[in-house]
Design a protein around this ligand. Structure first.
Ligand code: CTP
Length: 147
C-alpha cells in the first residue's frame, strides 16, 4: 500500500517526453490509484495561446497507456478545487518548478482545507514540449538555409 489512496495530476502532455514519464512514474509511487487530467485542445489554445501538436484524443490515449496511470480524465479548468470535487483525490502532484509560486501556494491552502496534500515531484531538467518545438523549428530553419 502506498502513502495515499487516490492521486491526481494534470498537464498537457503534448509530444509525450521523458519529463512527463518521470512525473507520472514518481507520482504513482505515492498513491494506489493515479488519475491524470489531460488538458483539452481548447484549454491549451486558450491558456498557452498555441495549438497542440498532438490532438487531445491521441494525448489522452498515450497517457492512458502508461502503466503508472489508472485513469485519464479531460481537464478544462484551472481550478484544482473543481477537479477535487469531481475526483476526491487525497494528494495532488505537480513538478517542483511550481513550488513556492503564488499560484501553487494558494492551491496548496485550498486543497489542505479539504484534507488533500500537494507533493512536488522533481522537475526533469533539459526537456519540455516548448524545447522540442524550438528544436524542430531550428532544424527546419537549418534545412531551409542549406537549400
Ligand atoms: N514536467 C516535468 N519535467 C519536465 C516537463 C514537465 O516534471 N521536464 C511536469 C510539469 O511540471 C507538469 C507535467 O510534467 O507537472 C505536465 O507538464 P506539461 O506542461 O504538459 O509539459 P511541458 O513539457 O512542461 O510543456 P510546456 O513546455 O508546454 O510548458
Amino acid at each position: 500500500m502506498a502513502e495515499y489512496k487516490r492521486g491526481f495530476t494534470v498537464g498537457t502532455f503534448d509530444m509525450f517526453h521523458i519529463g512527463h514519464l518521470n512525473l507520472v512514474r514518481q507520482a504513482k509511487e505515492y498513491c494506489d490509484y493515479l488519475i491524470v487530467g489531460v488538458h483539452s485542445d481548447e484549454w491549451v489554445m486558450c491558456c498557452k495561446n498555441r495549438p497542440t501538436v498532438i490532438s487531445y484524443e491521441d494525448r489522452a490515449e498515450i497517457v492512458g497507456a502508461i502503466r503508472y496511470v489508472n485513469e485519464v480524465v479531460k481537464n478544462e479548468t484551472h481550478s484544482k478545487m473543481e477537479a477535487w470535487k469531481k475526483y476526491h483525490f487525497d494528494v495532488a502532484f505537480i513538478g517542483d518548478d511550481w513550488k513556492g509560486t503564488e499560484v501553487w501556494n494558494k492551491i496548496e491552502a485550498e486543497l489542505k482545507s479539504v484534507g488533500c496534500d500537494v507533493v512536488y515531484i522533481p522537475y526533469t531538467q533539459g526537456i519540455s514540449t516548448t524545447q522540442i518545438r524550438q528544436k524542430l523549428k531550428n532544424l527546419a530553419v537549418e534545412k531551409m538555409e542549406k537549400k
